[in-house]
Ligand binder design. Structure first.
Ligand code: AMP
Length: 279
């Protein structure tokens, strides 16, 4: 497993692989890797001859009041996990390698990005789409792997790849959880012991909603209300949003007739956590 810092080096590596006719899988991440990331890497290793993991905290997708500076970073630890999972290289560029002083081209999407996380994080998806467009052009993978943990991102990326003809397959992978149900996240490290306990309110409330749907409830407003009331019982929790939308179009629905995404963002103390189910 090798760690690559420059775009040029990475291009050379991939060019060599392609000359040999090898397929390339790609797992974009912001590092501080956990079992959720590992599941994507393992899937890529199983389905491709070579796998590249990017490990880059992308400044462009953070708002001015967000946690860019405190976002956890540990390349040595990440390298161990990536090696264990069987990938071939980590791409870990410095921000200046990705964004020169004259950088001025962006990928902006006019659908899918306005609601859910896009409401509270208005520049987030522009940053995500722009960095992924760059990474896809640099890595030129055959397949790229994304977690359903960031369901809106998964829908957005699939759409962008079709719109802009990147010619690669986007593979969605299930959410990996802690034993007690909390979705694994690099941001879970921010939680105190008390907050970690309180954070269970996300998965527990989603389960409530899911059970209602299972029992045949079709009224979206009713389900959202029950979920919100349950979250509000937790004193450390503050709701950013709870929404049920069509999947993968992310359109408003009042009644459940097809596949839906039930998604939420909830502050536990100062930490904003997201979780969702698709059913
Ligand atoms: P991040 O490093 O948070 O940007 O995440 C990189 C990729 O890992 C994204 O595609 C995420 O959806 C995915 N991911 C993060 N957490 C999980 C999880 N708990 N289960 C599955 N995939 C995840």
């Amino acid at each position: 497993m090798i760690i690559i810092k420059t775009i040029e080096e990475l291009r050379e590596l991939v060019k060599g692989w392609k000359r040999e006719g090898l397929s390339v899988g790609f797992v974009p991440t912001m590092g501080y890797l956990h079992e959720g990331h590992k599941s994507l890497i393992i899937r890529s290793v199983a389905e491709n001859d070579k796998t590249i993991v990017s490990d880059f905290v992308n400044p462009m997708q953070f708002g001015p009041t967000e946690d860019l500076n405190t976002y956890p970073r540990d390349l040595d630890r990440d390298a161990e996990l990536v090696t264990e999972a069987g990938a071939d290289a980590i791409f870990n560029p410095e921000p200046e390698e990705m964004y020169t002083d004259s950088f001025s081209s962006y990928v902006d999407m006019t659908t899918l990005t306005g609601g859910l996380c896009g409401k509270t994080r208005p520049i987030h998806f522009r940053g995500v789409c722009t960095v992924l467009a760059k990474l896809f052009n640099i890595v030129t993978p055959d397949k790229a792997y994304f977690g359903q943990k960031d369901a809106q991102q998964l829908a957005v990326v699939k759409h962008m790849v079709e719109d802009l003809n990147f010619g690669l397959e986007i593979v969605g992978c299930p959410i990996i959880r802690e034993e007690d149900g909390l979705a694994k996240s690099s941001r879970n490290t921010y939680l105190s012991k008390e907050e970690r306990e309180a954070a269970l309110i996300l998965s527990k409330s989603l389960k409530l909603g899911s059970d209602m749907m299972e029992a045949g409830e079709k009224d979206v407003q009713k389900i959202v209300q029950v979920i919100k009331e349950n979250i509000e019982k937790e004193p450390l929790a503050k709701i950013d949003y709870v929404e049920i939308v069509s999947w993968p179009e992310l359109e408003e629905v009042s009644e459940i007739t097809g596949t839906v995404l039930c998604a939420m963002a909830v502050y536990i103390g100062k930490t904003r956590l997201i979780d969702n189910i698709i059913r």
